[in-house]
Design a protein around this ligand. Structure first.
Ligand SMILES: NC(=O)c1ccc[n+]([C@@H]2O[C@H](COP(=O)([O-])OP(=O)(O)OC[C@H]3O[C@@H](n4cnc5c(N)ncnc54)[C@H](OP(=O)(O)O)[C@@H]3O)[C@@H](O)[C@H]2O)c1
Length: 331
C-alpha cells in the first residue's frame, strides 16, 4: 500500500516557497505490535515549523533535507495491532505529512469525544494549550486589567483573547486586517482592535486604545508591534513571550527597542516559554478548555484548506496572514 508524503526539499531563504517541498509516494511499512495505521483526516500547519527549516540548534531538531515534514495530525485508525485503539477511533499525534502514517499507540491521544475532530489541532490542541498556560500561568490576568494580544486573530491569539474575556479583562487585539479585527470585536467581544498594517504609529494607536496602560501583553509576533507596547506597560506588568512570527523569515538578527529600562522601572516581568514544558499539565488544560468550549464560552475558529497537496501552500499562507483562527488542511 502506498502513501502520499511531503518531504522537505531545500532550506528557504526568507519566505518559504513551494520549491522547498517535494511531494512523493512511499510504501507504508507493515504494522508491528503496539502500532496503528492512521488515515490522515486533518493536518496542522504551524509557524514554528519555519524554525525547523533552519540549520542549527534550537529547542527542536532542524528538519533534514529529504525528511518528511512532521506536525500535529488528526487521523482515523484504519488498522490496529494494539488494544488501545480500535479501527474507526479518531486520534491525534505528532506525525508525518502523509496520507497514511504508521504510529505507536503510546504516541497518540484520543480526541475529546463529541466535538469536531479538527478542534484537536486548534482550541483543544497545542494552540489552545499555549494560550491557556501562557496567559494564565505567566500572564496571570486579573479582572479589570488591560490585556493586549498581538497575532490576535490567529489560533493562539484568538484563544488568548477569549480566555482573557472569561477572566473579566479589557482586551485589545492587534491583527493584520480590518475583517479579522471586525471578527474579534463582533464575534469574540474584544473591546478594541488595531490593524497594525494600517495604524501608522503603533505607539499612538496603543496609547489611545489603552488609556489605563497595559497590564498583560501576550506577544505572538515581536518586532515593531511589540516595541510599541513597552513604553505603555504598567507597574508589575507581565509580558508573555509566546512567538516572534515577524522575524521567522529574517536572515539577520533584529534591531529594536531594548526592553530592560521598561522592565526595570515598572518592576515588570517578561518570560518566554515553550508549551511542551507544560506537558505534565496538558490534561488539566484540555479539561478546562473543553469545559469552556462545550459550554459555549470559547469558540473554535478555523480556516480550512482542502487537499493534501495544498499543505505547503497553507503553511506559507500563515506568513501572509491568510488564516482567521487555526489554519488546518483537510486531507
Ligand atoms: N511558545 C510556544 O510554545 C508556542 C506554541 C504555539 C505557537 N507559538 C507561536 O505563537 C504565534 C502564533 O501561532 P499560531 O499557531 O496561532 O499562528 P497563527 O497566529 O494562527 O497564524 C500566524 C498569523 O501571524 C500573523 N503574522 C504573519 N506574519 C506577521 C508579521 N510579520 N507581523 C505580525 N503578524 C504576522 C498573521 O496574521 P495577521 O493577519 O494578523 O498578520 C497570521 O495569520 C507564533 O509566533 C507561533 O510561533 C508558540
Amino acid at each position: 500500500m502506498l502513501t502520499k508524503e511531503i518531504r522537505f526539499a531545500s532550506r528557504p531563504a526568507g519566505l518559504p516557497t513551494l520549491d522547498n517541498f517535494d511531494m512523493t509516494e512511499s510504501e507504508v511499512p507493515e504494522l508491528q505490535d503496539g502500532e496503528v495505521l492512521l488515515r490522515t483526516l486533518y493536518l496542522s500547519v504551524d509557524p514554528y515549523l519555519r524554525g525547523r527549516m533552519r540549520e542549527g540548534k534550537s529547542y527542536v531538531e532542524p528538519f533534514e533535507i529529504g525528511q518528511v515534514i512532521v506536525s500535529a495530525v488528526v487521523g482515523e485508525v484504519a488498522e490496529s495491532r494494539t488494544p488501545a485503539f480500535s479501527p474507526g477511533a479518531i486520534v491525534s499525534g505528532h506525525l508525518g505529512w502523509r496520507t497514511y502514517n504508521v504510529a505507536k499507540a503510546v504516541e497518540l491521544m484520543p480526541i475529546v469525544p463529541g466535538v469536531s475532530p479538527s478542534t484537536a489541532l486548534g482550541v483543544l490542541g497545542i494552540p489552545g494549550l499555549t494560550a491557556y498556560f501562557g496567559l494564565l500561568d505567566i500572564g496571570q490576568p486579573k479582572a479589570g486589567e488591560t490585556v493586549v494580544v498581538s497575532g490576535a486573530a490567529g489560533a493562539v491569539g484568538m484563544t488568548v483573547c477569549q480566555i482573557a474575556k472569561i477572566k473579566g479583562c479589557q482586551v485589545i487585539g492587534i491583527a493584520g486586517s480590518d475583517e479579522k479585527n471586525k471578527y474579534l470585536h463582533d464575534e469574540l467581544g474584544v473591546e478594541k482592535t488595531i490593524n497594525y498594517k494600517t495604524a501608522g504609529n503603533m505607539f499612538e494607536a496603543l496609547q489611545q486604545a489603552c488609556p489605563n496602560g497595559i497590564d498583560v501583553y501576550f506577544d505572538n509576533v515581536g518586532g515593531v508591534v511589540s516595541d510599541s507596547v513597552l513604553p505603555l506597560i504598567n507597574e508589575h506588568a507581565r509580558i508573555v513571550l509566546c512567538g516572534l512570527i515577524s522575524i521567522y523569515n529574517s536572515e539577520k538578527p533584529e534591531v529594536g527597542v531594548k526592553p530592560q529600562p521598561f522592565l526595570l522601572v515598572r518592576s515588570a516581568l517578561m518570560r518566554g516559554f515553550i508549551i511542551t514544558q507544560y506537558a505534565s499539565r496538558f490534561g488539566e488544560g484540555i479539561g478546562q478548555l473543553a469545559q469552556w468550549f462545550t459550554s459555549g464560552q470559547l469558540k473554535h475558529v478555523e480556516t480550512i484548506v482542502e487537499g493534501f497537496e495544498n499543505t505547503p501552500k497553507a503553511f506559507i499562507g500563515l506568513f501572509k496572514g491568510e488564516n482567521l483562527g487555526k489554519q488546518v488542511v483537510k486531507v
